[in-house]
Every structure is written in C-alpha cells, then in structure tokens.
Ligand binder design. Structure first.
Ligand code: 0WD
Ligand code: CA
Length: 424
C-alpha cells in the first residue's frame, strides 16, 4: 500500500483557485516509492495540475472558502433508464417497483411505529452490494451508452464516472460535514472511473452500537412511504401491508458537471400520478420525515443541516421536490410540507454563515478532477482509496489485488470480451 499526503499548500493557480496541495519530489518528503503510484499528467489539460511535476503527490482540501466561485456547469440530468429490486432484492431492468404519490391531509396523524414489530422485512445490510446493481444495468443497456461514432475510443462507455447518487451527495456536503468521514474506492477500467463507497471503521461501529430506539426510527421513513404511496395509478396506499426494504426503484441519469461526464443511479421514492406530469426525473418526488420544528433554534438547525442534505440528494438527479412529514417524539406525523428544490437556497438565505450550493458543486467538481489526475492506471484490480475525515484533507492510497477491489469478474469479462449487444 502506498500513502500519499502533502504538506505544502499551494493556493496559486492562474484564474482558477485550486484546492490541490502539492509536494515536489525534491523537497525531501516524497512518499511515492512505487512507480505505479506516481500520478501522471492529468488527463484534463486545463486542470489544476498543468505543468506540475508529474511526480508530485497530492491531497485535496475541503475548506469552504476555496470553492466560493461561480456555479459550475451542471447539465440538466437526463434519465437514461431505470431498474427495480424486488422483495427478494432481485434485479429487473425495468420500472416495476415505481410507486405513485397520494397526497395526504395537511395534518395526517400517521403512526409511524405501526407494524415495526410484526409487518417489517428489513434488507440484510451485511450484504455489501457495492456497484453491482448499476453494473448489471450497464451491461443490459450498453448499446445506449457506447461511444457514438465508429472509431475505437479509449473510453468505450463515453462516460467519465459511474457511481451511486448517494456517494455524490457525500461529496457535495463534505465542505460542511463535521461529523462523518468517508472512504471511496476508485477503479479506472476502459477509460471510465468507477466510484464505490467503503464502510469506515467508525460507521461500522455506529451500526453495531445502534440503540433499539434508533433502529425503530430508521423504520419510520419507510413507514411514511407506505402511508403516502400506492402501487398503481388508480390504487390507494395500503398502511396495513408489510414494509419490505428490499424493494427499490432506481433511476439512472446521465449529466455533466464541468468537464466530467457522469452516470449515476439513485433510489426514487415515488412519482406524480398525474398523466400530464412532466417526464422523469421531473415527475419524481423525494419523501422525508423529520422531527417537528418547535423553536427558532430547531428551525435554524433544520435549515443548516437537514436542508443541505435534502437539497444535495435531490438536486443531483434533478428531482424537483421533497415532500416532508414532520413527526412528534412518538412517531406521529403531525404536519406536511412540500419543499421545491429550486426554492431551498432562498429559504436558507437568512441563516448566518449558511451552506452554499456553489461550494458543494465546486468541491465535487474539483474532487472528480483530482480523481482523474491520480487514478491513472487502467486496471480493474487496482483501487485508489480516497479517505476523508472532517477537518482534514482528502488523501489517498493505492491497492492492488486487495479486498478493496469491487468490479466483479462477470462485469470485467463481459465488458472485455463482447461488443455491446444491440438490444433495447
Ligand atoms: O453500498 C453502499 N454503501 C450503498 C449502497 C450506500 C447507499 C446506497 N446503496 C445502494 C442500495 O442498493 C440502494 O438501493 O444504493 C441504493 C440507493 O442509492 P442512492 O439513492 O444512491 O442512496 P441515497 O441517496 O443515500 O439514499 C436514497 C434512499 C434512502 O432514502 P432516504 O430518504 O433515507 O435518503 O435509499 C435508501 C434509503 O431509503 N438507502 C439504502 N438502501 C439500501 N442500501 C441505503 C443502502 N445502503 N442507503 C440508503
Ligand atoms: Ca426518502
């Protein structure tokens, strides 16, 4: 394993303030001993490391002030497909698990504790699925993604990054996150960078030490979905049914952030049932529960912390609204409120020293540039592990044929051996 850290912040870069920190090989603190770990020249020649010593090692700062510049280009996300996971977590290349939103009363009195003991089937979260469902979707839809044109491309999917939406949410919120760090495994394969989360030690401990109350509260969000979603356009929600968290409907969207072409998938709770609703992802609705707000302090915390997460998660795939159920201490939903994503940044403007969407997006963009720059070896058995803890810089290490490898053989083999099958 090779470690990479830097010590000499170098904030200067023409007109693009860069958060990269560099360390020259000749400054006596070189950590790059293995030639395989040496970052090459960035692929992106306009990127922040142009003209740098290619043997420099790198880290990336998450300090907010480094990312306060113009909002980067973020193309309207386009849905290129979807998939479903059934009650036994089996994959289907279709939208069979989509649900339809049924608007409740303004004061609905939903009891979110109902059914926790006797009508709840919980997904086995010891099974680490990594990117597998997305990779399955990619194989089934490769012809939609393959390089246009006829000439051989170094990047045969025409995509720079493949990941889960949830991983990107963590990147967007990192400049404001003070509690939870993360680890992201990155592999470059046939020109595309795949990003898959690795559970941190701290997260594993937290999961093991969850209280019974916390376990039950995690159920409340799913129960709220059951109160507000129907299985078909014309049916009603069935609060007497079983909550099964194996079931999921996921959208797959394509977009571009600055010069990064992204393909990611995110779980979608439900859609507008109006037949005249706009096309996906604009018809999708994100459902949330949150503690009711009784004091100015609670309102301020809601704006500063919760709305940041809600905004980041839905802005990424172009989901236009969040419907929130506010619940009391007993888990009874006492109020409903809709938050249009485009209005959230105005809502928070009165908070002193609050989060800024531009900081989130610029950090994510610079992180992806950083990944392109360091993850140079195109090899499915090499993992670049990017690690971050609050108040620290992002650092990385390189691992070969290690337990961090996450691209499965079935994916590597099919991508290598066959041309895309031109099925629809
Ligand atoms: O391997 C992993 N570390 C992860 C896998 C982390 C996160 C997600 N997943 C997978 C699962 O297959 C899941 O079906 O991704 C899917 C959801 O992906 P996402 O949309 O990118 O994740 P995120 O935006 O974090 O969460 C969306 C919803 C959550 O709703 P709320 O309203 O609580 O944000 O997906 C659910 C949850 O309902 N969810 C998960 N479902 C299965 N496994 C997971 C998870 N680990 N995390 C959140
Ligand atoms: Ca949700």
């Amino acid at each position: 394993m090779e470690q990479h850290r830097s010590h000499n912040p170098n904030p200067s870069h023409q007109n693009r303030p860069s958060a990269y920190k560099r360390e020259r090989e000749d400054n006596g603190r070189n950590h790059c001993e293995n030639k395989h770990s040496r970052p090459n020249r960035p692929q992106n020649q306009s990127g922040p490391s142009r003209g740098q010593n290619p043997h420099s090692s790198l880290s990336l700062s998450t300090r907010r002030e480094l990312y306060e510049r113009d909002f980067p280009v973020y193309k309207q996300p386009v849905e290129v497909g979807c998939f479903s996971l059934d009650s036994e977590r089996r994959f289907f290349n279709d939208g069979r698990q989509i649900r339809y939103y049924v608007e409740p009363d303004r004061r609905p009195n939903f009891d979110l504790r109902d059914g926790y003991k006797d009508r709840f089937i919980k997904r086995d979260d010891s099974v680490k699925e990594k990117l597998d469902h997305m990779l399955r979707w990619i194989l089934a839809n490769r012809s939609k993604l393959s390089a246009r044109g006829t000439t051989a491309s170094s990047c045969d999917l025409d995509i720079d990054f493949v990941t889960w939406r949830g991983h990107l949410t963590k990147l967007l919120t990192a400049p404001y996150e003070t509690r939870e760090g993360w680890q992201l495994a990155v592999t470059r394969f046939r020109g595309t960078l795949y990003i898959s989360e690795v559970e941190t030690e701290a997260a594993r401990r937290d999961q093991e030490n969850r209280t019974e109350r916390h376990e039950e509260m995690m159920y409340w969000g799913y129960k709220f979905e059951q109160y507000t979603c129907a299985d078909t356009v014309h049916s009603r929600p069935d609060p007497g049914g079983v909550v099964n968290t194996n079931e999921a409907f996921c959208t797959v969207v394509q977009t571009r952030l600055a010069d990064h072409r992204l393909l990611f998938s995110g779980e979608v709770d439900c859609r507008d049932k109006d037949p005249n609703a706009p096309a996906a992802p604009a018809c999708y609705i994100e459902l949330k529960t949150s503690a009711e707000i009784c004091t100015p302090k609670q309102r301020s915390n809601f704006h500063r912390f919760k709305l940041l997460k809600w905004w980041a998660q839905s802005f990424l795939p172009g989901v236009p609204r969040v419907v929130a159920g506010f619940r009391d201490e007993e888990g009874v939903v006492v109020a409903m409120e809709t938050f249009p994503i485009s209005k959230i940044s105005h809502l928070i403007k009165n908070e002193h020293n609050c989060w800024k969407p531009t900081v989130c997006m610029n950090f994510c963009s610079d992180f992806l540039s950083f990944v392109k720059h360091i993850a140079t070896e195109d090899n499915p058995s090499v993992v670049y592990l990017l690690s971050w803890e609050p108040r620290r810089d992002v650092t990385f290490s390189v691992h070969r044929d290690s337990p961090y490898c996450f691209l499965p053989h079935w994916f590597v083999e099919e991508m290598t051996s066959s041309q895309p099958s031109h099925q629809s």
